[in-house]
Structure formats: C-alpha cells, structure tokens
Write a protein that binds this ligand. Structure first.
Ligand code: G3H
Ligand code: 13P
Ligand code: ZN
Length: 308
C-alpha cells in the first residue's frame, strides 16, 4: 500500500526513523520489498532524477506497481529524491508519487523559499507530501559536486523560519553527513549539537538526514579483496547513531551508497568465484537475498522492526 510521507511520519516521529532507499533496477526493488517485509517495517522507495533517466521513469513506475501487487503487505512511500522544480511537477502530476523532494538548497535562502512554496502549493493540492532542504551537504548528488569547504550546516533559526514560510512537510538538514562513501575523517560524526538545536526550534516537525550510509569497512575490504580499488579511508555514519538521531526528530534516513556496496561486493565475489559463468541471474539471485538481509538489518538499527 502506497502512503504519504506525512502519514508515516506521524506514526514514526520521536520513536523510530523510516529508511529511505534509492532504487534503479528490478533486483534492488525485490530486495527492498523482501527485506522490509522480513522486518515488518514501512519504508520509503526513492527515485532520483538519475534513476529516472537510467531506467526510464515509466519502467520504474511499472516495476513498483508490480512490486505492490507481488508484496501486498508492504507499506511504503514513493518519493522523488533531490528533485528540481520541473521534475517535482512531473511527479506530482503523474498521480504515482506520494512524496517529492524539492532541493533548492544551492539557491540563496529567499529563492529556496520561493521555489519550495510553489512546489508545496501544487503538491498539497494533490495530497502529495513535500520534503525541502536547507543547508548544504558535501559530496556528490545528481550532477552537483559540493566540495567539503562549500558544504554548510543548517542554521537552526533559519530552519524554523524556512518551515514556517514554505509549509513543507519535512526538512532535510545538513548536520555533518555527506553523500557517497567518504563522509568523515578521524573522529567526525553526526553533529548532534546542531540537530538538537534544530529540534528545539521545530519540536514535532519531521527532519531528514541525507548521506546516512554506514559504509561498512568489511564491505570495502571484501570488494578490494575481489579486485576492487576503493580507497580504504572510506567511512560512513555509525549506524548506532540512527536511533539517537530519530529521538531528536530525524524521521527519514536516506541510504543509497550502502546498497551500491552490497551490489559491488556480490558481483565481484561471484565472478571471482565462478570465472566460467556469464549468466547475470547467478549474482542477481545472491544480490536480492543479500540486499533483503541488509534492509532488514537497517530496520533494526532504525528501530522500525515490527511497526507495520
Ligand atoms: O543523493 C543521491 C543519491 O545517492 C542518488 O544518487 O543521483 O546517482 O541516482 P544518483
Ligand atoms: P548515501 O550516499 O549516504 O547513501 O546518501 C544517500 C542519500 O542521501 C540519497 O538522497
Ligand atoms: Zn541525498
């Protein structure tokens, strides 16, 4: 059953976080639905502009509608990840997406407010939830690469003003994380001090944490042992910090990179161990099982097990 993010956030707020996972293909979709059902967790399936181009937006919609039939017990939100204004309107008008993210975080405050307000008006008229972003994460998202020096944390006072001015349903905040596999150096971690200040100014309002993959060292090592060349300094969010963040109002936690690591590890190891093989269904089957198990393990860390 497809639900809106606003509905799901009401249930989750302050108790657990809902995992938001990007999908690009059939194997990820099966794995995601299976893992969520295995752990009895609601989830957010998110589609980036890159995914819409890669697979064709109609293919993704057809696949998710098929998954809804194959897995009737699943409860999920269909969400546009990092949308621009035009893509938000396309998703709202499609009648398929129950949530969109308008990401105008690279614009000055006033312009971000202006764009977000327009999207909120059109989305709410159709019962679609809106996530907006204030502050700038480091790393690569879509075609935008933000150098570490240009990333800026969300200002808590501005966050309150932004939410009041725009009427958005949730707010993605920059609280120290970044997209991709290289998030932190040394003892860096989520900026709980900033998060706490944001929550104090916006009590009860759903916050979103992007760049939340945990980038397990074991995955990096296995990928490299099977022929990969990932930088061993890769480092992600400590997944034991998901729940403390949830208690401070983080209701949606975005995870994409970790899924890519599972995919890379499975495929590298599979073809290393079966050099004579060339059937994609071999590693595909392994990946679907491994990805389902990964999603179920995230549900535990997010506190969403048995909340269906
Ligand atoms: O934040 C970006 C997500 O990881 C999606 O990545 O734009 O390469 O599909 P993508
Ligand atoms: P990761 O790169 O940490 O998986 O973050 C994904 C994300 O924020 C998608 O919007
Ligand atoms: Zn993101």
């Amino acid at each position: 059953m497809i639900v809106t993010a606003a509905e799901l956030f009401k249930v989750a707020y302050g108790k657990f976080a809902v995992g938001a996972y990007n999908i690009n293909n059939m194997e990820q979709t099966h794995g995601l639905f299976r893992g969520a059902i295995q752990s009895q967790s609601p989830f957010i399936i998110q589609i980036s502009r890159g995914a819409r181009k890669y697979a064709d937006k109609r293919m993704l919609e057809a696949m998710i509608r098929a998954a809804e039939t194959i897995y009737p017990e699943a409860v999920f939100v269909v969400h546009l990840d990092h949308g621009d204004e035009a893509t938000c309107y396309d998703c709202i008008d499609s009648g398929f997406y129950s949530s969109v993210m308008i990401d105008a975080s690279h614009e000055p405050f006033e312009k971000n407010v202006e764009i977000t307000r327009r999207v909120v008006e059109r989305a709410h008229a159709k019962g679609v939830s809106v996530e907006a972003e204030l502050g700038m994460l480091g790393g690569v998202e879509e075609d935008v690469k933000v150098e570490e020096g240009h990333a800026c944390l969300t200002d808590p006072d501005q966050a309150k003003e932004f939410v009041e001015l725009t009427g958005c349903d949730s707010l993605a905040c920059a609280i120290g994380t970044s997209h991709g596999a290289y998030k932190f150096k040394g003892k860096q971690s989520i900026r709980f001090d900033v998060l706490q200040k944001i929550q104090q100014r916006l009590p009860g309002f759903p916050l979103v944490m992007h760049g939340s993959s945990s980038v397990p060292q074991s995955e990096i090592m296995r990928i490299n042992a099977a022929g990969g060349k990932l930088d061993p300094s890769a480092c992600g969010v400590n997944d034991n910090e998901y729940l403390p963040a949830a208690k401070l109002g983080v209701t949606k936690i975005n995870i994409d990179t970790d899924g890519r690591l599972v995919w890379t590890r499975v495929h590298r190891e599979y073809f290393r161990d079966h050099p004579e093989d060339f059937d994609f269904r071999g590693p595909g089957r392994v990946f679907m099982t491994e990805y389902a198990n990964f999603i179920a393990s995230r549900s535990e860390k997010l506190g969403s097990v048995n909340t269906l």
